[in-house]
Design a protein around this ligand. Structure first.
Ligand SMILES: Nc1ncnc2c1ncn2[C@@H]1O[C@H](COP(=O)(O)OP(=O)(O)O)[C@@H](O)[C@H]1O
Ligand SMILES: [Mg+2]
Length: 443
């Protein structure tokens, strides 16, 4: 395919002047009956016009390509990448594909050729990152056969870090368990967690924003209750249990019905209670001939339960002494209980949200990690291994280890196993937390 169709022409005033001179010379030649001058004028005009039409890039042409060399090269590299990715092939005609460069690294691509798909385009764009000197690309469909590919020249961490996101701005009155807002993506769209028969895993360096994100989630769940009361509900439909050695982070939620647990032995006991509850729900499912507890059954079984566990790493490595003074690895016991609950109670409307720091295979069992299906999220990490613990093979395209810890609330999130996207967590102030707690109390 001839890429000159992307040539952007602009007149060259000097050549226009030359053409006018040649033309005037031929007129003067006639007037003065000077044959050489006449022929020279005619010849020069003809050459300029012929060259402009046949070879627009020649130095004598009336027009020039106004794009600078770098733009042209980048554009051509993009077109080459599309060819390498099969978006353009030997059959492609000029009218089959329209490519427009809207801004450096932003292209509109219209695919009119039969059999060419957006998926193919997405792959070709992803493969062209190096050639274009970009680190990320987002391909969005804007019309039936029209796509916009936006390449980012650098990781978007700085941009997100500079984007404030207040909890009050992203939350509205009708939150559901499938759509719990906790932040925004680069394009401003909300990041929404689904905890219906799903769990969440969250990782990040100390002070990277984990507890703040958990607060947003807890506030969301509290608000669902307010919505439930408005529709005639009497008891909370979302029950929340927060376990953390640093329970002070959640003290604003004290007294609104959310259970806050700091003591490690109490955590262990509560996990037993939850297990008993799960057994009761199993019996309920059998009695009602249901495979699982769905949102419409939440009220009947006594509510959906979310167990939020912050500082999981600390919990996991905790030990206590029994009556005989022997050390008991209570953290390991707790992990086993959680693992059993996560593995066995997917049907029971009980979700786990685990937050770890500097997670590794020693401070969280990889078996437990693999059982957590739903949302996986990481803020700044120290090493790629830590990112991999949470995001697996996606770690190379979700470089959490390149986020600095002062970029608070900036991370990558993968929802239901899809490619992680960079996002900014919302910031819930104490007033936001208090407002949510009041709503849950029915005030
Ligand atoms: N999304 C955010 N937006 C703005 N500031 C944030 C955000 N998340 C965290 N912070 C700031 O960073 C501090 C540490 O966050 P925190 O959630 O306590 O970290 P972690 O639990 O990961 O140790 C908070 O006190 C807050 O000032
Ligand atoms: Mg914390």
């Amino acid at each position: 395919m001839d890429m000159d169709i992307f040539y952007k022409a602009a007149p060259r005033p000097a050549r226009l002047l030359l053409l006018s001179f040649s033309f005037v010379a031929s007129i003067v030649g006639i007037w003065m009956a000077a044959a050489p001058l006449f022929f020279f004028g005619i010849w020069a005009s003809a050459v300029i016009i012929y060259k402009s039409v046949r070879d627009p890039k020649s130095w004598i042409a009336l027009q020039q390509d106004v794009r600078n060399r770098e733009d042209v090269n980048r554009f051509n590299r993009f077109v080459d990448a599309l060819a390498a990715g099969g978006v353009i092939d030997a059959e492609t005609l000029e009218e089959d594909i329209e490519i427009e460069e809207n801004a450096p690294l932003v292209y509109t691509v219209r695919l009119h050729q039969f059999g060419k798909t957006g998926n193919q385009l997405q792959k070709a764009c992803a493969a062209s990152l190096n050639a274009l000197g970009a680190v990320d690309v987002e391909v969005k469909q804007t019309a039936p056969s029209e796509y916009i590919a936006v390449f980012s020249p650098e990781f978007p961490h700085r941009i997100l870090s500079d984007t404030p996101c207040a909890y009050a701005d992203i939350v509205d009155d009708d939150i559901t368990i499938q759509r719990l807002p906790v932040g925004v993506f680069l394009d401003g769209s909300p990041v929404e967690i689904n905890l219906e028969s799903r769990n969440m895993l969250l990782n990040g360096n100390p002070r990277s924003g984990k507890s703040v994100l958990l607060s947003c989630l807890v506030a969301d769940l509290a608000r669902i209750n307010a919505c439930h009361y408005r529709h005639g509900g009497k008891k909370p439909i979302e029950r929340v249990i927060v376990m953390s050695p640093k329970i002070l982070d959640f003290q604003t939620f004290e007294g609104c019905g959310i259970r806050l647990i700091q003591d490690i032995e109490e955590m262990s006991a509560v996990l037993n209670e939850i297990h008993a509850e799960a057994e009761a729900r199993k019996a309920w499912c059998v009695a009602h001939n249901k495979k699982k507890v769905s949102p419409e059954d939440y009220e009947a079984v006594g509510g959906h339960i979310t167990v939020v566990i912050d500082e999981y790493t600390v919990i996991k490595t905790s030990t206590i002494e029994d009556e005989k003074g022997k050390t008991v690895k209570i953290g390991d016991l707790i992990e086993q209980k959680i693992m059993r609950l996560v593995a066995e109670t997917g049907f029971a409307a009980i979700s786990f949200v685990l937050a770890t720091q500097r997670v590794s295979s020693t401070n969280m069992s990889t078996n437990l990690r693999d059982l957590i299906a739903g949302a996986r999220c990481s803020f700044a990490t120290e090493t790629i291994e830590s990112t991999k613990m949470i995001l697996g093979d996606y770690a190379s395209e979700a470089p959490c280890h390149d986020i600095t810890t002062d970029q608070k609330g900036v991370g990558y999130i993968s929802l239901d196993g899809v490619r992680p996207r960079p996002f900014k967590g919302a910031y819930a102030s104490e007033a936001d937390e208090r407002a949510a707690a009041d709503l849950m109390r029915g005030e």
